[in-house]
Design a protein around this ligand. Structure first.
Ligand SMILES: Cc1cc2nc3c(=O)[nH]c(=O)nc-3n(C[C@H](O)[C@H](O)[C@H](O)COP(=O)(O)OP(=O)(O)OC[C@H]3O[C@@H](n4cnc5c(N)ncnc54)[C@H](O)[C@@H]3O)c2cc1C
Length: 382
């Protein structure tokens, strides 16, 4: 007879590892599953906002960024065509996703979480008292049962194709692209984020803790097809801006993502919670994805831990209300920025104005940098 686990968390990215750790610290029996073997790289700008860092500090994980040697970022260099502006940054850092995600999994394991990498998960049937999950592993297939499941499996989630999946890709959504270069041109210096805006997409370049150059981009899918490859689309934008081109062969990548901007329909159904990108996402220009993932994880942990003891519809209501209120403001700013980026003339004019008056960007930077807050004050288990 298969043992019924307390909680199964699908996906060991920032959302999954942190929610798993926070539930284990509250005494839950937690199994964390990921299809990948770690450390693994993923397409991401690798920039941690002050919001992300302050959430990690608040749960006693402030040492992680220091230990990994995260690089302090002091300048945001914007280019729209040949127009350039530099804005000052404070309290942002760059850190590779291989190192960060691996370290957070380790913190979860230290808190008592059981981690099973190399496990691709599919949602099975909902039975009385538990949810079934199907696992595909190198050694074969198996089934597990959990009183509560957390889907933290990123953009597509682990529940695609099931009745619980009603995620909607927003029309005109861009796709993500990424690669890592061992060295790359020295003009992309440590301590600066280069954001380069083109007509059909934008590219972010930053050096991570070991000096490698991380490149992440968001493009209209048609522009990538027209350019012939992700490398071609990125090369066009850099060349339009008069910036140095990248070497032909990356160390990692090029890799793409599914459509970026999507609404999940429901962030909760019976015995199933969604968090992080699996609960909906918008374009990443403002680099807020990890902050939402961390913030969501902290807000969900007490609700899901309580639900694993005895599931009630009140848990579903609490998470859907908390998530709705928490994600609303930050994602609205990101959607507005994403819209502006699709207007090439507006982007150029904005960058030109910022070149002369960088202080004008301060209110937006401050808003984006503040950690997203999920409304939990009213919840009895907060
Ligand atoms: C181009 C680009 C640039 C970005 N830049 C930044 C940035 O600079 N700063 C920032 O904060 N955010 C950025 N983001 C967003 C950020 O990467 C995400 O928001 C963040 O990774 C979300 O974390 P998550 O834990 O929800 O999902 P993920 O990090 O995607 O983790 C999901 C995990 O689930 C696993 N998984 C998936 N399906 C299954 C399955 N069926 N079974 C088992 N495991 C599964 C995957 O292997 C993965 O490890 C960027 C995103 C893109 C696309």
């Amino acid at each position: 007879m298969t043992r019924v686990r307390g909680v199964a968390v699908i996906g060991a990215g920032p959302a999954g590892s942190l929610v798993a750790r926070e539930m284990a610290r509250r005494g839950a029996d937690v199994l964390l599953l990921d299809r990948a073997e770690f450390p693994r790289w993923k397409v991401c700008g690798s920039c941690m906002s002050p919001g992300s860092a302050s959430i990690l500090e608040s749960v006693g994980l402030g040492h992680v960024l220091q230990r990994l040697g995260a690089v302090p970022l002091t300048a945001l260099r914007l280019s729209a065509g040949r127009v350039r502006a530099t804005l000052g940054l404070s309290r942002q850092v760059a850190v590779s996703r291989e190192a960060l995600d691996h370290a957070l999994i380790q913190e979860a394991v230290d808190a008592g979480v059981q981690f099973m990498p190399g496990s691709r998960v599919r949602l099975g049937d909902l039975a009385s008292g538990h949810q079934c999950l199907h696992l595909d592993q190198v050694g074969g297939r198996s089934e597990i049962r959990a009183r509560v499941v957390v889907d933290a499996a990123g953009l597509v989630g682990a529940t695609a194709g099931s009745d619980a999946d009603r995620s909607v890709v927003r029309p005109g959504s861009r796709v993500g692209l990424g690669a890592v270069f061992k060295e790359g041109p020295s003009e992309y210096e440590p301590g600066a984020i280069h954001m380069v805006m083109g007509r059909y997409g934008y590219v972010g370049l930053v050096r991570v803790e070991d000096g490698r150059l991380n490149v992440a981009a968001a493009f209209d899918p048609a522009a990538v097809s027209a350019a012939g490859s992700p490398a071609g689309a990125v090369a066009e934008v850099l060349s339009e801006a008069g910036l140095p081109s990248l070497p032909e062969s990356p160390l990692l990548g090029w890799r793409g993502t599914p459509a970026l901007t999507r609404a999940p329909g429901a962030v909760v159904s019976e015995r199933l919670f969604r968090v992080g990108d699996a609960a909906g996402y918008v374009e990443p220009f403002t680099g807020e994805g990890m902050a939402w993932a961390f913030s969501g994880a902290c807000a969900l942990a007490p609700i899901a831990t309580d639900a694993a003891r005895e599931w009630t519809p009140a848990h579903a209501l609490a998470w859907s209300q908390a998530h709705g209120q928490g994600s609303h403001r930050g994602q609205a700013v990101c959607r507005a920025v994403a819209w502006g980026l699709r207007q090439p003339r507006l982007s150029r004019v904005t960058v030109r104005i910022l070149a002369h008056a960088p202080g004008l960007a301060r209110p937006v930077v401050r808003l984006v940098e503040s950690p997203p807050r999920f409304a939990l004050e009213a919840a009895p288990w907060a």
